[in-house]
Write a protein that binds this ligand. Structure first.
Ligand SMILES: [Zn+2]
Length: 285
């Protein structure tokens, strides 16, 4: 159990520190403690500021990227353990420690009777999957100056939620991975919008076996979005996007039973619940 917890902790931190450009806003008032707002829950996210004079920050001994103005964002994995510890090391060597209590959640079980575990014959999948995974890993490793992590997120599409984050999925009786994002039921061709400012880190030029036409956007400080099953991608690799910009169209490419938008959100390796970050889905009109 302890080993599992340690492994989960190791997965929860982002790959490396990155720095966002300083904001023109006035400097924050000096403080000796961490300040934050957000949801201390599995799949949740907090944003805040570090103690004045902080040089480095760790979450459970893993480095946490901080912005030049002391801002930070931290996400808690779907399977995050109950306790996390933030430690700031100040310029004079002093340390400020803050224990965080992460609320557990109950996850739904979803049985998908018709969806195959993989949508192509196994030999084809075995050949095509490794380069796809490599492309996704390379995208996540990219560091950009995006500062969308500071913004309140908006929904990339407005519609009925047809699949919840975190649900344990069982395909034709075979247990699969849990659902790593939220599904929004929309017709093919519906516009997908950037939920926050960012930089495109992957714009697939062909459909991936599972994700279909995959678009990934970095929001800075280790936070990034993935949009799956698109029928069209309207941005290019490296492009800066603003919150609300059209970035592509809903589709049913890859492993999907019908047209919908799958939106995945991560902080480093931690998978987050977009509903906790964005809030309730507005009523469609
Ligand atoms: Zn999905």
């Amino acid at each position: 159990m302890i080993a599992r917890l340690v492994a989960a902790l190791a997965l929860a931190a982002p790959p490396q520190p990155v720095f966002a450009p300083p904001t023109p806003a006035s400097a924050p008032a000096p403080t000796t403690t961490f300040h934050w707002q957000g949801t201390l829950s599995q799949g949740g996210l907090i944003r805040g500021t570090v103690p004045t004079g902080t040089v480095t920050v760790t979450l459970d001994h893993r480095p946490v990227p901080i912005a030049a103005d002391g801002g930070f964002v931290i996400g808690f994995d779907r399977d995050a353990p109950a306790i996390a510890t933030l430690v700031a090391t100040l310029g004079d060597g002093r340390r400020v420690s803050q224990q965080l209590t992460i609320a557990p959640r109950a996850w739904r079980i979803e049985r998908l009777a018709t969806l195959p575990r993989v949508p192509v014959p196994d030999p084809v999948f075995a050949e095509r999957r490794p380069p796809e995974l490599a492309a996704i890993a390379a995208a996540r490793a990219r560091v950009t100056t995006a500062s969308g992590w500071r913004q309140p997120f908006i929904w990339p599409a407005i519609g009925r939620i047809s699949g919840l984050f975190g649900a344990q999925r069982i395909y034709r009786g075979e247990p699969g991975a849990y659902h790593g994002g939220v599904d929004i039921a929309k017709a093919t061709g519906a516009v997908v919008r950037a939920p926050a400012d960012g930089v495109v880190i992957l714009a697939a030029d062909h459909p991936f076996t599972l994700e279909g036409n995959l678009l990934m956007i970095d929001h800075g400080l280790g936070l990034n979005s993935a949009f799956l099953h698109l029928s069209r991608i309207d941005v290019r690799d490296g492009q800066a996007v603003r919150q609300g910009d059209p970035i592509g169209l809903v589709g049913a490419t890859g492993r999907a039973t019908g047209a919908h938008l799958h939106w995945g959100l991560r902080w480093g390796e931690a998978r987050l619940d977009p509903m906790l970050v964005t809030g309730a889905m507005p009523v469609a009109n």
